[in-house]
Design a protein around this ligand. Structure first.
Ligand SMILES: Cc1cc2nc3c(=O)[nH]c(=O)nc-3n(C[C@H](O)[C@H](O)[C@H](O)COP(=O)(O)O)c2cc1C
Length: 234
């Protein structure tokens, strides 16, 4: 990401939190240390009796309940119907508006994917619910060192959520940095629900290395920030 005059501290934060081949081993060591130390997730307790809530029993609740991170993939490719279903997570509504909200309707997140079955890198066009081909995709084995996931087998696709900070920081300054990360999470959750609905396997990838992905996606001369990955397969 180039220095952004509307949000210089966010630019600095982004630079400092980047991973690359040099910094990734230290990051992995830190995760191992945390895994050894962490025993319980913190929870908040309040005095007084809790008011019980009813659990919904509806189709949406059942899809939500099926969502989980799955890290083992079979070699079977994704079908056209499954691809259409997965990308629909980010579609625009016919007419106006989109399935996902965006602060100030600035839409700072764009969705790309590396489709390993057909060795293509694609960009998702939510208006037409169509894929534009960006170029040929490297193999999963080539990208894996820049993804930071430990998987069984190879995924069929790696979705990449790319943020264009200038779209939100022009309006919101530094606070725009928060919004684009929030919106990235909304994209990931929407995809997670489609993955669950299709009974596919998938997991978020928080450790993508910015620079190689910017090169693969042909974004190296832009202010694009590689925000999050999501591996999906059968
Ligand atoms: C922002 C984010 C980044 C993540 N990155 C990774 C990752 O790099 N590798 C991985 O194995 N899991 C990753 N996960 C998945 C979490 O480990 C997983 O959600 C958590 O263990 C809870 O399990 P569940 O998703 O099955 O409920 C990530 C999740 C989130 C929300």
């Amino acid at each position: 990401m180039t220095m952004n005059d509307d949000a210089p501290l966010f630019s600095l934060f982004w630079e400092n939190s980047k991973l690359n081949a040099r910094t990734a081993p230290g990051f992995a060591e830190r995760l191992d240390e945390d895994a050894r130390a962490a025993t319980q997730v913190a929870q908040l307790f309040h005095p007084g009796a809790d008011r019980a809530l009813r659990r919904p029993d509806d189709p949406l609740a059942r899809v939500m309940a099926q969502r989980e991170s799955r890290r083992a993939f079979r070699p079977a490719p994704l079908s056209e119907a499954q691809l259409g279903s997965l990308f629909y997570a980010f579609a625009h509504k016919p007419g106006a508006g989109r399935l996902l909200p965006s602060a100030g309707a600035k839409y700072p997140i764009e969705v790309f994917a590396l489709l390993f079955d057909e060795r293509a890198i694609v960009y998702y066009n939510g208006d037409t619910h169509a894929l534009s081909v960006v170029g040929p995709a490297p193999s999963w084995d080539e990208v894996a060192p820049s993804v930071g996931l430990t998987l069984e087998g190879a995924p069929s696709a790696l979705f990449v959520f790319v943020a264009f900070p200038g779209r939100v920081t022009g309006r919101y300054g530094e606070r725009g940095g928060r919004f684009l990360l929030i919106e990235c999470g909304q994209h990931a959750q929407s995809l997670a629900l489609r993955v669950a609905h299709e009974n596919l396997a998938g997991v978020e990838a928080g450790g993508l290395h910015d620079e190689p992905f910017k090169r693969w996606l042909r974004l190296d001369r832009t202010d694009a920030a590689i925000a999050l990955g999501y591996a999906v397969g059968t």
